[in-house]
Design a protein around this ligand. Sequence first.
Ligand SMILES: *Cc1c(COP(=O)(O)O)cnc(C)c1O
Length: 398
Amino acid sequence: MNETAKRARAAIDLAAVRSNVRALRARAPRAELMAVVKSDGYGHGAVPCARAAREAGAGWLGTALPEEAFALRAAGDTGRLMCWLWTPGGPWRTAVEQDIDVSVSGLWALREVAEAARACGRAARVQLKVDTGLGRNGCQPADWSRLTSAARAAEAEGVLTVTGVWSHFACADEPGHPSIAAQLTAFEEALKTADAAGLRPEVRHIANTPALLTLPEAHFDLVRAGIGIYGISPSPELGTPQDFGLRPAMTLEASLASVKRVPGGHGVSYGHQYTTPGETTLALIPLGYADGIPRHASGTGPVLVAGKWRTVAGRIAMDQFVVDLGGDGAEPGDPAVLFGPGDRGEPTAEDWARAAGTIGYEIVTRIGTRVPRVYVDSGIQGEAEAAEGDSALTGGTA
Ligand SMILES: *Cc1c(COP(=O)(O)O)cnc(C)c1O
């Protein structure tokens, strides 16, 4: 282990990422898969995860910010790549020069990208986004006809190609929610309008991970998978990662910074929210909210230390927190596992989400830059990968 990783580390299992991408592709066999690697790959590291996803057959990569897309190009990625969160005056020209698909939700953005494309003498790849009900980005259905016609006119002029029409779900993680069917209907309508305007997009897409997992009729030509490629279930109500053949890729561990005996009645951490019930052993874990450990999990977050789950004792501070080992012993430097895949007895990111009143997405994405990412390859093969291997080999044995 390198020295910076001695205090704490987020070990990222790239074999798990590859296996998850294969498992997700197997669930959407007629669609291409876009691996969403925004926000540094949900905290896992965008570039290594993007590479792993490409190796496992992701035809597309997706980011929110243009700068995130440029970083992937700078790292050598040459495949299809889309980014969707733009503001006026954004780096359209760089995106056009780097063959990045850009999302356009309104006429201002269409104007800006067309101008950039004229300036660099190259057609932009534009994906038009329609708001089918999420109420976030996207063109309102009332304005959709104007946007699609204007895009078609720009296409005829040769400054851009409309490569995609797309949208995003509000409640895909709640199967049966009435907004899901309403959004699908609105999307079909929007596709007809685009077609009537003369647009022939290469890809139509609306599915995120929960829709990929539960809603085959939403797969269209492309599915955008974020949380699933990192092996985390979009919501505990939908199922566990294992239910979908997914494996959590991140394991967050630290080395104990202190282990000491203290008498009963000893206050622990700021505010003395915890007091030792009797003489006991306290272990200090050198991770805090500056590292992304949610302060809301004070008194509730689970950690595997010395073979058992412990609970955060008292408040999580900026750099550290304490667990009470009761009658058990440990040594400084012993491992503390905050979360991982869960199959070695450790808690999962989902357990931390429950403890902090949030979602697994936020737990992994907020792990701070102070925590080194260490890339490992467990060599695990998902079921899909094993099946591919079987078909490629004759007479192979397990
Ligand atoms: C983040 C994001 C996704 C991925 O969502 P997951 O639930 O993580 O699969 C897909 N599409 C858009 C527009 C997003 O912002």
